[in-house]
Design a protein around this ligand. Sequence first.
Ligand code: HEM
Ligand code: NAG
Length: 317
Amino acid sequence: MASHSSTTSLLVFLLFSLVVGMASAQLSSTFYAKSCPKALSTIKAAVVSAVGKEARMGASLLRLHFHDCFVQGCDASVLLDGSSGEKSAGPNANSLRGFDVIDTIKTQVESACAGIVSCADILAVAARDSVVALGGPSWVVPLGRRDSTTSSQSAANTDLPAPTLDLAGLITAFSNKGFTTKEMVALSGSHSIGQARCIAFRARAYNETNIDATYKTSLQSKCPSTGGDDNLSPLDVTTPNTFDNAYFTNLKNNKGLLHSDQQLFTTGGSTNAQVNTYSANSAAFRTDFANAMIKMGNLSPLTGTSGQIRKNCRTVN
Ligand code: HEM
Ligand SMILES: *[C@@H]1O[C@H](CO)[C@@H](O)[C@H](O)[C@H]1NC(C)=O
């Protein structure tokens, strides 16, 4: 009896492992090795060129992958044009950029091998290549995602974290997508590069007290209390075009740009220790960031015969 029930447990366990394995083992770093061997080098060259023209583009491409993956998975839903789609959602409208660079990459990849490489995979590889181009860590990108035929504005409004969130809200937003608090802190290190608009940090620049006085004055000079909503300021005031751990040191000095950034380091905050670690140990940040990016890239991909390989990233076939 005992041996029968343990045999049953073993079988149930094996079946469970198979199902879990199938759900997570579909992407493969060699997915295009035979079908489009030039895919990765084509994407990399285009990203290096775009970032060479404008360093911020690396940040913009990284953010596109994040905003893709957090909304119905990494399926290039963020790239679909249309006023009812994700592009028009609150966190994205007048904010996301880099769509033209993705179009250029897609055109080049299509001419190398038509109808093979998904827009979702292009986003994942371009994000990695962008981080590398700005001095950050590298990682091997699992591939084989396919593209959605839908885009959800309401899901984008619900699932993307707002800069007004407190720490508890940030933890919940990432936990909803399967991330630990530690991974949330690591991924926030993305704000080592790129810019934010005045409208996203005005309340912090005028009304918050956990902000360095000199930094506050300089933010107010760039961001008037009314008007100038689109005026830009770097998310990392120290090294805005280098992907490094200075973002975390800034937080320790009350120089986080967004309310949500500074929430990671507040008096008695539960993530302070993690910020201290990343500020002191660049290698730990780079390793944790790379691993969290691979995990983010695995969010609910369409695989097999689901979805499609879009010919144009902006429209369904
Ligand atoms: C922790 C929660 C997060 C919040 C609340 C947040 C919020 C924001 C906001 C408000 C901006 C400025 C947008 C604008 O003013 O137009 C921004 C920019 C940016 N975000 Fe985040 N973000 C978060 C996490 C992430 C993650 C996980 C990544 C990447 C994996 C990321 C990558 C970026 C990048 C690179 C930029 C600069 C984009 C550019 O210059 O074009 N963010 N974020
Ligand atoms: C600062 O707080 C006051 C009082 O709550 C509010 O009226 C004002 O709009 C806030 N200013 C900004 C820039 O958020």
